[in-house]
Design a protein around this ligand. Sequence first.
Ligand SMILES: *[C@@H]1O[C@H](CO)[C@@H](O)[C@H](O)[C@H]1NC(C)=O
Length: 411
Amino acid sequence: MLAWVAVATFIPLVAVESVYKLKLHKVTPAINNFALEGGYLAQKYGGQIELPWMGAGDYGRNVLIDGLAHHDEAELLWTQEDFVTEGGHIVPISNFMNAQYFAEITLGTPPQSFKVILDTGSSNLWIPSTKCTSIACLLHAKYDSSASSTHETNGSEFNIQYGSGSVEGFVSQDTLAIGDVMLKDVDFAEVTKESGLTFVFGKFDGILGLAYDTIAVNHVVPPFYHMINKKLVDSPVFSFRLGSSEEDGGEAIFGGIDKSAYIGKLNYVPVRRKAYWEVELQKVALGDDVLELQDAGAAIDTGTSLIALPSDIAEMLHLQIGAKRSWNGQYTVDCKTVPDLPIFTFTFNGKDYPLKGTEYILEVQGTCMSAFLGMDIPSGSQLWIVGDVFLRRYYTVYDLGKDAVGFAEAV
Ligand SMILES: *[C@@H]1O[C@H](CO)[C@@H](O)[C@H](O)[C@H]1NC(C)=O
């Protein structure tokens, strides 16, 4: 057994380039996507990350979840299939190169369409406003309140401050349609200023947050809470199947579970802190090498393509799979080695969830990139972010009634 102890890591500080000097045209678009993901993730979770063009430092808005109750002792008092709900409202998901998954929503009357990331790692709905002149806004669909007969002014300021940018705007109210669900009087943010390259290059216009209302900026009621409050769903659950091709992006189901989308039983894991969909991560393993974790959480995040983990563990893992740090701070392996790489396994609530090399390594136009990203998130305890790489293999159910995440092997 190899020593999975924390090592003091030293990552040479590559010349810090301004983000705008990054020669994006020389890089393939898909690689851009993943390269930008690290910065975006750091912003979202307040993580510490070191990417050549960002320099070292803390890039995030600090989501203050430290003070929230921990549910380490949370126990499951129900049996697995007790509360499987069929039916529900289906929302098809589009898949852009396995890097961005988004869905169509409309706001207003007559409806204005937007592509949004259905994001279990945040809790606000925001879309660009016609009042926005940032580059990211110019390139995306914008909400025009003056063209909607159901728009109501609210005007309270909305601001998510990132270390390297921000999303600023104000709250508005209008009718939201998602799938066949129509929600009246939904508060959301009309964004008037968007900085950050992720938003410029994103295929999506905005974000629809599906995490707990405890981390909603301005305490705006998140859309799924509206669905529950207005009794538009039979049960307070939603579920995700993420497809693996552009033709099949998968779907989200609000108020239900698609029993034909997974094999075996759903294994429910209690949420240990109601902010993100954070569950206890008991251990991880690479091949036969097991790392038992103490007080570690895993945020199950549909809005993230990668898997973020503490940087010391990431270093160790990359060493073991023979990954090399590339010019852009990402880790790559020789594509020939991928089929023979050891299995990586997460353990939640006593059950193992393995990923093969071909799953945790992303082949992007001839480059084999590791989906593991070292990032230290100040959250009171170790926090891993488990994104689409995992969610393509495992069907997930997010249950606000039982405060648990259900996992099963996707079909
Ligand atoms: C504006 O929106 C906020 C956030 O949803 C809400 O708390 C507040 O009551 C709203 N104010 C008005 C005047 O509607």
